[in-house]
Write a protein that binds this ligand. Structure first.
Ligand SMILES: [Zn+2]
Length: 247
């Protein structure tokens, strides 16, 4: 079982770990997935999820090209074999994430929680899905009353929340405690698989509370200026909002 260090400390950039398993290389398949792949006892790499892409970085100075959770393990695909020979179970390795990319993803992810919080607080519209890249992404809402004219108003409101310098906190709650928080019910906490007994909560103080596995900045000011760069009506009820952050 891999300890996911990013869940507790999103600002951790490098770490030391032990290889717990090596995935056998498939003969003749050098493209997707690239090999070799290793599982570690602990990792600072975010494996992807909740619309946030997985991290990139380096392990033993070899580029990590893909990271994925499989069951309880986090697997890291290396671009090539380390110069010292194939990775072996029990080896100690140094890992380092591509921090500039990750930090942009943290700012982007928090920007979307700000948007969720504002849209729920002022328009009672629920989010249905989303996807993000560095400094850009989209989010879909059940938002029947959203019109093009509202977009500018929402943009002003989300930037006011950035400037309000709200702290962003992460904590872990037992499942039964989390289910008692009304704010969490709206984010479909009831869809969590029953085996998950501890729920990770991300709270933008006074604005937004979600069960979430992603990495976030510690304060909304770190997000910087947000622009609503696109708006699309995808039917009577479903609307899409695109955000772009200043680099
Ligand atoms: Zn999220």
């Amino acid at each position: 079982m891999t300890e996911v260090l990013a869940q507790k400390d999103a600002y951790l950039k490098s770490f030391e770990a032990t290889i717990t398993s090596v995935m056998p290389q498939e003969a003749g398949s050098s493209t997707d997935p690239p090999s070799p792949a290793i599982a570690l006892d602990r990792t600072a790499f975010f494996p992807g999820g909740g619309g946030q892409p997985h991290d990139l970085g380096w392990i033993a100075d070899i580029p990590v090209v893909r990271v994925k959770r499989q069951g309880e393990e986090i697997w890291h695909w290396l671009e090539a074999e380390p110069p010292g020979g194939p990775p072996t179970e029990g080896d100690r390795v140094q890992g380092r994430i591509d921090w500039e990319r990750r930090y942009r993803l943290m700012r982007t992810h928090t920007a979307f929680h700000i948007l969720c919080g504002v849209v729920w607080r002022d328009y009672q519209a629920q989010v249905t899905g989303g996807n993000m890249e560095e400094l850009h992404g989209r989010m879909d809402f059940e938002f029947e009353t959203l019109r093009g004219e509202l977009v500018h108003e929402i943009e002003e409101k989300i930037n006011a929340e950035v400037e309000a310098a709200r702290p962003v906190q992460v904590r872990f709650l037992p499942r039964v405690e989390a289910f008692k928080i009304p704010d969490l019910i709206r984010t479909k906490i009831n869809l969590l698989p029953p085996q998950i007994q501890e729920v990770r909560i991300v709270e933008i103080e006074g604005l937004d509370l979600q069960a979430d596995g992603g990495t976030h900045v510690a304060n909304t000011t770190e997000v910087g200026r947000i622009r609503i760069s696109g708006y699309k009506s995808k039917g009577r009820i479903n609307k899409r909002i695109e955000l772009t952050l200043e680099s």
